[in-house]
Every structure is written in structure tokens, then in C-alpha cells.
Design a protein. Structure first.
Length: 724
């Protein structure tokens, strides 16, 4: 049976219940089922944190005792080992007195660190033992009475370098000799280097954690290479394994274990009855988990799962100590916390269910006004659809999108009424305009015909003027060339005739000026004719695939005298390989010559001119690939206001705005026209005082191996970077 609610209110309520109840139920079920995994992770993290904290504390305590300079670097111990032995054997009483007082004070101030200290000579033979209860004693000698301090010495001590021996009690018993195990331990220390140590676990006493013996070599403070003897310090068990470690566990069934890797015995356990026993016997599962080869252990902080045992399923965090061959193991039982986790999951489900019910009631109340507004809006829309635009406005007071929609319907209805009225008025106006449109069109047509005739006449006149200008330029240029040639020839004849004659220097200078200005006027006439031909379209272009490097070298050949005169150096920064462009070789050489000549004129003597080329990005409109040629000088630069004007005709700008001597002002203008005819462009960049850079873009040849124009091989002095 399908449920099909007829109102939007019921549909919204069903959608809300379906969209909220189902995900919460699914998530609650997943959370409930995954609570065990979450508890395992939480318990494992807590156990690992306990293991890390205990390892850091234990390593710090061991480091402090191994590096305790109060034991090996203090003056009484150094003096005793250096001078406290009598020549005939035994211990000097004076040195023993000083040592005893120092150790009494040391044990009084640092009562929590050591159980006893044993000093041995450089031959590893034990000399004296200092115990917490009886003070300093010499094995094999009787206990005398000593006041102050708890120092005792044997009857054979006599007087030595330290002074006379204190009085003895004749009936005092002899102190037992050192055990064989301690003598062997001292003998094994003879191979220790300075700074090394031996760490030994002492047998535990009952259920107490064992003490740790640290054997250190004693080096002379003034001569570190000289060994004075050895010191054996037994660290108190309460210092290494504090009583508060019994609380360092997670849960009632969690444990903290310190395991000796060499013997496999338990050094510390929160269960005191397991101390001193092999872990493989008392807890085989934990022994396998703590093994370095246990599965699941990665690096130094991994957690291994343990199944079985009296506590059930456990997790163990195993860490290795950095100062001793010990393993720190923290265990916990996730089952202790699983019930609380499941109860929390059920509580969350109940809270979520209650929140859904409350939201459903609130939604049911809030959709009442929404439903009424939609009914009103539907009735108004049906009325407008029937063509009734003059009825009452639609009212909706929901203060949301539905109210905005009702207002939009009201605006639309009013707009439709106005449009109908405007359409009727426009129809009447259109009819009136229609009647006068034909007359206006005929009148406008006559005006356009007259304007067209005038434009045709003006076009013909402009063409005639262009022809007259070209004819005038050709005639003037031809007429200028004849007298100009004569002037230059007569100037050269006069110069040759006056050679060797005693004439004034000023006359020779005038003849040189006439010759130079004749050349300049000839260049000006040539440039004017070239511009005229380019603008009128009468210039003949011999387009072919041209090797770019050879064209640039040909332009440099023509400027060799100017380069040598100013001692300029040319550096090339060209692309690898032979770059081929498409264009007129002679005109491209003219462009490069004009740009290079400007660089030569702008550069001070002895400077460097850089010429190179780069590939440009491919055109997006399908045009040919371009190559950019740049010429950089280190001259005075160009002012920003003149960067665009330098390409205008007859415009020349050099340092301080003066015109360049001998220039025509048409070279860059012609270069721009040639670059644009080739489909490229030319522009300049400059910073006053830092030089200028001219850029020319040219189209790259589509087939570099076809139709390459021939050039003569340039001389070696031009092909390579050179200095003139």
C-alpha cells in the first residue's frame, strides 16, 4: 500500500522524518557495533601513554645516576684513590676519615639515591665499602669507634699520610671480605674506557624490586687519561621503582611491568609476587607479546594484542629503554570499559530520537502558516491564468520565499495590465507612423545618393593628389640627386686637389662638412622615397625564407667601422640552431642596421651591445609562430614620453633631448613600416640612465628547408663574440 499525502505539509513532515530518522538509526547502529573498536583504540592509546611516561622517567633516573659527578669527580674520592693507600698495603686512616665524612654528608643530603658505595684501586681490587647502616668499612679489619661520623678502619691501618689512626676497641669483630661476585665484577671493569659503565641487576629480596649496581671508572680530574680506580654504586630500589608506580596502570586489571631482556625476569610488576620470576613462566601470553619478534609490533611504540589468560582479552604497549636492556610493558583490559561505551551509545541514540520527535512537532507547527499561504497563492495563480488581472492582490504573510512569490505575482499582474494598455496606444501610434514612413524613406534615399556622389568625387580627388605627391617626390628626388651628385663630386675633387697644399684647416673642415651633409641628404632622399613607395603600395617585396643569424651578421658587417671607432663589444644571445624567418632579406637587414646603428650611437665608448632572439608563444588565432629579436645597449636611455614618438617621422631624441648628429629621423619610422608589412611589430623599452632595448617580432618560416635566401658567409670576427 502506497502512502500519497495530498498536502505539502504532510509531505514535508514525511520527508523530514525519513531524512533524519533513517541516517541516525543507521549511524547509531554502526556506533553501537563499533564501540568495541573505539574502546580498544582508547585503551591502547592510554596504555601506550603510560608506557612512554614510565620509560622517560626510568631513563632519566638511570641517566642521572650514571652521570652523577658527585661520585667520581669530587675531591675526597679523588684524593682517597690517589693517596689513601699505605705503601705496605691497607688504607690510610687520615684519607679514610676525610672520605667517611664526605660520604656521611653525601648520604645525608641524597638519602633516596644509593644503598651503598664500593671503591676499588686501579688494579680493580676493592678497598672500602660505604653502607647506609654502618658507614665506611674496610673488609678484613675490625670496627673501631669513630666520632664524629660512622667511619671504621682495621687494626692494621696504622698511621699514614693522612695522620695518626684513631683509637680502636680490641674486641671489635673483623669485617667480612668482599664477596667473590663483586671482585669478579670489578675485574670485568678493567676494560672499560673513560665514560663507559657496567649496569648489573642485583638479586631481588623477596617481593621487593631489585637494586641496580652501576660500575664506573674514576679518572683523575686534572689528568683525564689517568685512571685512579673504580666505583660501584648500588641504586636504591625505591628510587628506581617508586611506590607510586603501583597506581601507574589503566583500569583495575591493567598492569605495569619492567622486564630484563637479558634474563627474561621481571624487575618490577604491579603484582609484587611476580618480581624476580621469569615472565615466560608467570604470564606466557604477555611474554610472547613483549618479544621483539612479536607479530603486530612496529618500531618502538606498537601495541600487541593478547588473547587468553586470567584477565581475558588484553592490549600491551611495549617500549625499549634507551639506557638499559629493559622493556617497559603497560597492559590493559578493554573489556572493563566496553559496557560503559555501549551504554553511552544507547544514551546517544535515545537523545537523538527525542531530538527528532521535538523537531517533528516544531515542523508540524511551523508548516501550518506555510500551507495556508500556498493555498492562497494557488487560488490567485489560477485566477490570473484565467485572464482576470483586475482582481484583489494575493496576500501571504510567511515572510519567506512564498511571500516573495505572491508579491511577484501581484507585480506581474499589474505589469500585464499596463502592457495591454501600452500595446493599444502603441498600435495607434504605429498606424500613424506607418503612413508617413514611405515619404521619409524616399527623402532619405535622395540625400544618401547625393552624399555618395560627393564621396566618390572626393575619393577621386584624393587619388589624384596621391599620384601628384608620388610624382612630385620622384621628380624632386631625381632633381635633387643630380646637383647633389655634382656637389659631392666637386667637394671630393677639391679635397683631392688641396691635398698637400698649404691651405687653411678651416677650408678642409668646410669641405668635410659639405661631403658629410651631402651623404646625409642622400640618405634622407632615399628614406623619403622608401616611405612613399611603402605607403603607396609600389614597393617591391622579395619574400622568401631568410636565415635570421646571417641577416643580423650582414647588418653588423656594415657597422664594423663605427664599432671599431667607439671600441664597442657585441655579445650574441641567439637560439640554438639556424632560425629561419619569412620576409624580404634586404628590408630586414635595413631594419637591423637602423636599430643597431641607434644602439651604437647611444652607447658610450668601450661598452657592450647585446643582440639576441627568443621564441614567442604561438598565436591563438592560428597565425604563424613568431621570433622576437632584441638589441640592448647601456647608453643614456630614452625618456618615457619619447618611447612612442621615436617611431614618428623626423623625430630624434638623444641625451638631454638633442637631435643626433647626421641622422635623418626616418630610420625607425621605416623600420616600423617594414615590420608591420611582415606581420610583426617593433617597440622599445628603456629606463633613463640604464640603456634601452628594442624588440622586433618577425614570422617564423613554416618550412625552414625550402627557399632559403643565399648569403655570403660572414667573417670569423663577426660570427663569434669579438672586441674591437
Amino acid at each position: 500500500m502506497k502512502i500519497r499525502p495530498r498536502s505539502i505539509r504532510a509531505k514535508l513532515l514525511l520527508v523530514f522524518l525519513g531524512a533524519s530518522t533513517l541516517p541516525i538509526a543507521v549511524l547509531g547502529f554502526i556506533f553501537y557495533r563499533s564501540s568495541t573498536r573505539a574502546v580498544d583504540e582508547m585503551v591502547g592509546n592510554r596504555a601506550a601513554g603510560i608506557a612512554r611516561a614510565v620509560r622517560a622517567e626510568l631513563d632519566q633516573r638511570l641517566s642521572l645516576r650514571i652521570e652523577d659527578r658527585l661520585l667520581v669527580a669530587n675531591e675526597p674520592v679523588q684524593l682517597f684513590l690517589a693517596r689513601g693507600r699505605r705503601p705496605g698495603g691497607g688504607v690510610a686512616a687520615g684519607a679514610l676519615d676525610t672520605l667517611g665524612r664526605y660520604l656521611d654528608q653525601l648520604f645525608e643530603q641524597y638519602d633516596e639515591y644509593y644503598e651503598e658505595l664500593i671503591l676499588a684501586d686501579p688494579g680493580a681490587a676493592p678497598l672500602v665499602r660505604y653502607e647506609r647502616s654502618s658507614g665506611a668499612v674496610v673488609p678484613g679489619e675490625a670496627h673501631p669507634r669513630f666520632d664524629p661520623g660512622r667511619l671504621t678502619t682495621g687494626p692494621g691501618a696504622g698511621s699514614g699520610e693522612g695522620g695518626p689512626s684513631p683509637p680502636h676497641h680490641a674486641a671489635s669483630p673483623l669485617v667480612p671480605e668482599f664477596p667473590e661476585i663483586e671482585r669478579n665484577l670489578f675485574q670485568s671493569a678493567r676494560d672499560l674506557a673513560a665514560g663507559e659503565h657496567i649496569l648489573r641487576i642485583d638479586p631481588p629480596e623477596g617481593n621487593r624490586a631489585p637494586t641496580v649496581s652501576i660500575l664506573l671508572p674514576v679518572q683523575a680530574s686534572g689528568d683525564p687519561a689517568r685512571r685512579l680506580g673504580y666505583l660501584l654504586a648500588r641504586v636504591r630500589s625505591r628510587y628506581l621503582w617508586p611506590d607510586d608506580w603501583a597506581n601507574r596502570r589503566f583500569g583495575e586489571r591493567g598492569h605495569l611491568v619492567i622486564l630484563d631482556r637479558e634474563s627474561g625476569k621481571v624487575l618490577y610488576h604491579t603484582r609484587p609476587d611476580w618480581i624476580g620470576r621469569a615472565l615466560s613462566q608467570v604470564d606466557p601470553d604477555l611474554s610472547r607479546a613483549a618479544s621483539p619478534a612479536a607479530p603486530g609490533r612496529v618500531d618502538d611504540v606498537a601495541r600487541a594484542w593478547i588473547t587468553g589468560g586470567a584477565e581475558g582479552r588484553r592490549v600491551a604497549a611495549v617500549l625499549e629503554s634507551s639506557r638499559a636492556p629493559w622493556a617497559i610493558v603497560a597492559t590493559a583490559v578493554p573489556g572493563e570499559f566496553a559496557i560503559e561505551a555501549r551504554q553511552a551509545a544507547l544514551f546517544n541514540l535515545l537523545v537523538a530520537g527525542g531530538a527528532i520527535l521535538a523537531a517533528a512537532v516544531l515542523l508540524l507547527f511551523a508548516t501550518g502558516r506555510l500551507s495556508r499561504s500556498i493555498v492562497t497563492l494557488t487560488a490567485g495563480a489560477r485566477r490570473i491564468a484565467g485572464g482576470d488581472y483586475g482582481g484583489p492582490a494575493i496576500r501571504a504573510e510567511t515572510h519567506d520565499e512564498i511571500q516573495a512569490l505572491a508579491e511577484a505575482f501581484n507585480v506581474m499582474s499589474e505589469s500585464v495590465r499596463r502592457n495591454i494598455a501600452m500595446r493599444e496606444e502603441a498600435a495607434a501610434e504605429l498606424d500613424a507612423l506607418n503612413r508617413s514612413l514611405e515619404g521619409r524613406v524616399r527623402e532619405r534615399t535622395r540625400e544618401l545618393e547625393g552624399l555618395n556622389a560627393a564621396l566618390n568625387l572626393a575619393n577621386e580627388q584624393l587619388k589624384e593628389l596621391d599620384r601628384l605627391k608620388s610624382r612630385f617626390l620622384a621628380t624632386v628626388s631625381h632633381e635633387f640627386k643630380t646637383p647633389l651628385t655634382s656637389i659631392k663630386a666637386f667637394a671630393e675633387i677639391l679635397h683631392d686637389e688641396l691635398e698637400g697644399l698649404p691651405v687653411p684647416d678651416e677650408l678642409r673642415r668646410f669641405l668635410g662638412i659639405i661631403d658629410a651633409e651631402s651623404d646625409r641628404l642622400g640618405r634622407l632622399i632615399k628614406n623619403v622615397l622608401d616611405l612613399s613607395r611603402i605607403e603607396s603600395g609600389r614597393m617591391v617585396w622579395r619574400m622568401a625564407d631568410v636565415p635570421l643569424c646571417r641577416t643580423i651578421e650582414a647588418a653588423l658587417d656594415g657597422l664594423l667601422p663605427a664599432l671599431r671607432e667607439k671600441r664597442l663589444r657585441v655579445e650574441r644571445d641567439m637560439l640554438p640552431g639556424d632560425v629561419v624567418v619569412h620576409g624580404d632579406a634586404d628590408r630586414l637587414q635595413e631594419v637591423f642596421t637602423n636599430v643597431l646603428d641607434n644602439a651604437v650611437q647611444a652607447s658610450p665608448e668601450g661598452q657592450c651591445i647585446v643582440i639576441g632572439c627568443r621564441e614567442e608563444a604561438a598565436a591563438k588565432n592560428g597565425g604563424p609562430a613568431m621570433v622576437r629579436v632584441f638589441v640592448r645597449d647601456r647608453g643614456h636611455g630614452i625618456a618615457p614620453d619619447d618611447l612612442e614618438r621615436i617611431f614618428d617621422r623626423f623625430h630624434q631624441v638623444t641625451a638631454q633631448g638633442r637631435r643626433r648628429k647626421g641622422g635623418t629621423g626616418l630610420g625607425l619610422a621605416i623600420s616600423r613600416e617594414i615590420a608591420e608589412v611582415h606581420g610583426g611589430r617593433i617597440w622599445a623599452e628603456s629606463e633613463p640612465g640604464s640603456g634601452s632595448t628594442f624588440h622586433i617580432t618577425l614570422p617564423r618560416a613554416t618550412r625552414p628547408d625550402a627557399g632559403i635566401a643565399s648569403f655570403a658567409e660572414p667573417p670569423a670576427s663577426v660570427r663569434e663574440p669579438w672586441r674591437v
